[in-house]
Design a protein around this ligand. Structure first.
Ligand SMILES: Nc1ncnc2c1ncn2[C@@H]1O[C@H](COP(=O)(O)OP(=O)(O)OP(=O)(O)O)[C@@H](O)[C@H]1O
Ligand SMILES: Nc1ncnc2c1ncn2[C@@H]1O[C@H](COP(=O)(O)OP(=O)(O)OP(=O)(O)O)[C@@H](O)[C@H]1O
Ligand SMILES: [Mg+2]
Ligand SMILES: [Mg+2]
Lengths: 257, 257
């Protein structure tokens, strides 16, 4: 069971979109997939038609009640066959205030997911756009981190901060966490986008920056309206093809390790 | 002195862009403007060329040190004449853990800004994409709230949650806070965008939804690369015109009250 965390402290860079689209690609390959929503916004939960306000069992239980088991909170998605979700609820926003200063709260998720070993091939974690206890838990639970970043100037600043957070987390892990920066919302018509991509490629070379890009594609919004991964709505679209290319490379490099 | 808070718990909806562009429009009218960055991401601080890592004085001081005065942390922007900033630093992300459970922490910003009365005509507060102590302070300090929301399906769910937060805050205020929902990133070429706008207009009528829209416009990214408000970079662009129209209506309705 491989655990991929999709994180970036900057908002609106395509984290949820990346989780949904990669999960769609893994399902097409016949894999068993679980997605975990760690965002009090509950975008991932709503994307798949689940009601974030009414969820009785959610990720919140794992943090609030030590005896809660992950298997009890798994929900089946209504729209997508074979995809399970650990849903979020707005109350996740209170965890930092409740648990923040207590020690040893960083491994709650890692232990909860360990109990699901063997039930899923891949588990994808969707993070909120904030550095807090939920993101720290997600980074501690991960085998690999994917960092979507918009190809525009402001987002590059946020990226430096995210990578510093990763370095901080790596200091308390047994083995360093591999990360991959994925340029998203690339718009080849605008200078600002091509400048930002060039800057990214100058600053981060080698294995930590994906060699491809996820282009701007209006079909993502249409897929979210239908509550389906883009690969199932428009497999020939530019956005879907780019994510399937990314997925193939991620799986290749997983099998090398 | 009017205080406008720009907030939405959903990430990437155009909060920082709204603060920057409205501030640019107010400056063109010869007003004295202060923008306040309450986001640990410090997008607004970086936008105007200030270094969020090195800022000695920042909004953090107002919360961490009761004797700190707002006037001591005002920084002049390097790129835009006549615009002052209260900068953010990444350490703002720790405030929820430090102060969260203590009572009476919601009026710190309101009191700090009261000491600047008479120095500025408008103060614009940029919020992080999280419901926490910083957003609560911003809502308590505001005369009016502007809620940018993307014209797409997922963002509409986040809007319901944001409006519930406003209702919660309104219960502890002397007079209810007026809010205006501003549809952003409208792309008339995609069905999902026109559907979302129609849904917005069906659900929210009257004074709480702006009758116009902010269109998708690639010039916003170019403006952010230059660190200038869009009105100064491309005053005839669709994005700039839409924000100037919004600004005219906001100022009209302010003078009516
Ligand atoms: N490549 C793309 N092209 C066009 N639109 C995109 C693309 N990727 C994401 N989007 C759209 O951008 C918006 C933001 O994406 P998303 O919600 O996935 O970001 P996020 O990082 O998860 O945001 P948050 O920080 O709020 O969690 C959504 O409306 C989504 O449909
Ligand atoms: N109308 C628009 N058309 C095109 N791009 C836009 C528009 N408004 C904002 N953007 C771009 O979208 C991105 C997100 O905008 P912005 O950073 O202002 O959102 P935000 O809500 O402040 O995000 P966060 O939640 O991280 O604070 C930026 O790259 C910005 O340039
Ligand atoms: Mg998200
Ligand atoms: Mg912002």
């Amino acid at each position: 069971m491989k655990i991929w965390t999709i994180a970036n402290q900057k908002g609106g860079v395509g984290k949820t979109t990346t989780v949904v689209t990669l999960a769609g690609g893994l399902l097409e390959r016949g894999e068993k997939v679980l997605v975990v929503d760690l965002d009090p916004q509950a975008s991932l939960t709503s994307y798949f038609g689940l009601d974030a306000e009414a969820a009785e069992h959610s990720v919140y239980n794992l943090f609030a009640d030590k005896k809660a088991a992950a298997i009890d909170i798994v929900a089946r998605t209504q729209s997508t066959e074979g995809l399970d979700v650990l849903p979020a609820v707005p109350a996740l926003a209170t965890l930092d205030r409740q648990l923040g200063s207590r020690q040893g709260q960083g491994l709650i998720l890692r232990q909860a997911l360990a109990s699901l070993e063997g039930l899923y091939d891949h588990v994808l974690l969707d993070c909120p756009p904030t550095l807090g206890i939920l993101m720290i838990n997600a980074l501690a639970a991960a085998n690999r981190v994917i960092v979507p970043t918009q190809t525009e100037h402001l987002a590059l600043k946020g990226l430096e901060r995210m990578l510093r957070t990763l370095e901080m987390v790596n200091r308390s892990r047994p083995s360093p966490l591999e990360y991959l920066i994925v340029p998203t919302m690339f718009d080849r018509r605008t200078r600002a986008s091509t400048h930002a991509l060039r800057e990214l490629r100058e600053r981060y070379e080698g294995p930590s920056l994906w060699s491809g890009v996820i282009p701007v594609d209006t079909r993502f919004r249409e897929a979210s309206e239908l509550g389906l991964p883009l690969c199932q709505v428009a497999p020939a679209s530019r956005g879907a093809k780019a994510f399937l290319e990314l997925l193939a490379e991620l799986l290749d490099s997983d099998s090398d390790r």
